[in-house]
Design a protein around this ligand. Structure first.
Ligand SMILES: [Zn+2]
Length: 371
């Protein structure tokens, strides 16, 4: 019997770059293909991608890349890797929908072979049999994977938290995990950025109350920045803005494209009154406007960075305005984000971010209390 090999090409002991190879005989599959944002030591580097030179030695070895969910640190490197490796991609409906935008940007939408998968419907990639198991995280349509190999079953949890009141989508599938547990598992692969914290990570819903209070009491325009893949957060901001009689203006290419894809697939409910930044929102009073934008990590080309530097074509932040950074400070980005916040304060804005307001909850599980 051949040995089963588990080879991390990235993502172990670091934040991002997730790509795990599972190899048996002359066949291998990869779980995810993520990127990492460079830290300050990587001067001149825009993105970090996994090193796939091992796979290039034998171009036929890799039979599939199976995606657990659509976050950048799990799918962001795919367009770069697909230029070197011709390999089929498997992912759920929303994951593939959001990925399609990326493939289009790289002119890969016609050449890439993609297969939609559904939780609870196993399929074979010899010698493996794979089943997606529904997990909850900070966006929808996320999977853990049960990978049956000739020597036993591997459970790869993907990113997850157990959220019993998710904003949208299906519930965490305890039964399938239990069923595999009963049959016997050779290896459980699971990690969490919250492993040092005890207790339960709050539900996505709990952010809503705090966001609503801030938006309700804002007297100028509101700018909310989050990841363009954070569909539940985008939905919350849209719903709160509607209740506060504010029109939502989507700003930034990925925010506009991802929101439209999620809306087309039924994962996001865009109000009929939403606008994009190129439309005539200037005719409305500032206290009737919420802008949804990317750039919460201080990315230099993002809309929020340009707004902070007063360098955006149409959106200006002025005294009386409110800016909300509704996402985590990714380790390594703290200094860049602090600079961004300083610039926003300089423009006279009231700024809310994770250290001063509860406007973000993690998508990752904590360890259980053991007292
Ligand atoms: Zn994730």
């Amino acid at each position: 019997m051949a040995p089963l090999k588990i080879i991390p090409l990235g993502g172990l002991g670091e934040f991002g770059l997730n790509m795990m190879l599972i190899e048996y005989g002359d066949a291998a599959i990869a779980v995810d293909c993520g990127l990492m944002f460079p830290d300050a030591n990587l001067l001149g580097i825009d993105l970090v991608i996994p090193d796939v030179s091992y796979l290039l030695e034998d171009g036929d070895k890799l039979k599939a890349i199976v995606l657990t969910h659509a976050h950048e640190d799990h799918v962001g490197a795919l367009p770069y890797i697909l230029k070197h490796l011709d390999v089929p991609i498997y992912g759920t409906r929303l994951t593939l929908g959001l990925l399609a935008n990326k493939l289009k940007e790289h002119d890969l939408e016609d050449s890439a072979e993609v297969h939609e998968i559904t939780a609870g419907e196993p399929w074979n990639i010899a010698p493996f049999r794979i089943e997606g198991i529904r997990v909850t995280h900070s966006l929808m349509d996320c999977l853990a994977l049960a990978i049956e190999t000739p020597v036993g079953t591997i459970i790869h949890t993907g990113d997850f938290k157990i959220d019993n009141t998710p904003m949208e989508g299906e519930m965490f599938d305890f039964q399938r995990f239990a069923a595999y547990g009963e049959k016997g598992v050779l290896l459980l692969m699971s990690d969490s950025t919250n492993v040092e914290r005890s207790g339960y990570t709050p539900s996505e819903r709990e952010v809503g109350t705090n966001l609503e209070q801030i938006i309700e009491h804002s007297t100028g325009k509101v700018v909310v920045s989050t990841f363009s893949s954070s569909i539940p957060r985008i939905q919350q901001v849209i719903d709160i803005s509607e209740r506060c009689d504010r029109r939502v203006v989507l700003s930034g290419r990925s925010m506009i494209r991802n929101s439209q894809v999620a809306a087309d697939l039924g994962y996001l409910h865009l109000p009929r009154s939403f606008m994009t930044e190129s439309e005539r929102w200037q005719d409305l009073p500032v206290d009737r406007l919420t802008f949804l934008t990317t750039g919460s990590q201080g990315e230099p080309l993002s809309a929020l960075h340009r707004i902070a530097l007063d360098d955006h074509k149409t959106i200006k932040v002025e005294p009386g305005d409110t800016v909300i950074l509704s996402s985590k400070f990714i380790p390594g980005n703290e200094k860049t984000i602090s600079n961004l916040i300083n610039h926003l304060y300089r423009r006279g804005a009231e700024v809310h971010y994770e250290k001063v307001s509860e406007i973000h909850v993690s998508g990752h599980a904590r360890k259980p209390c053991c007292s």
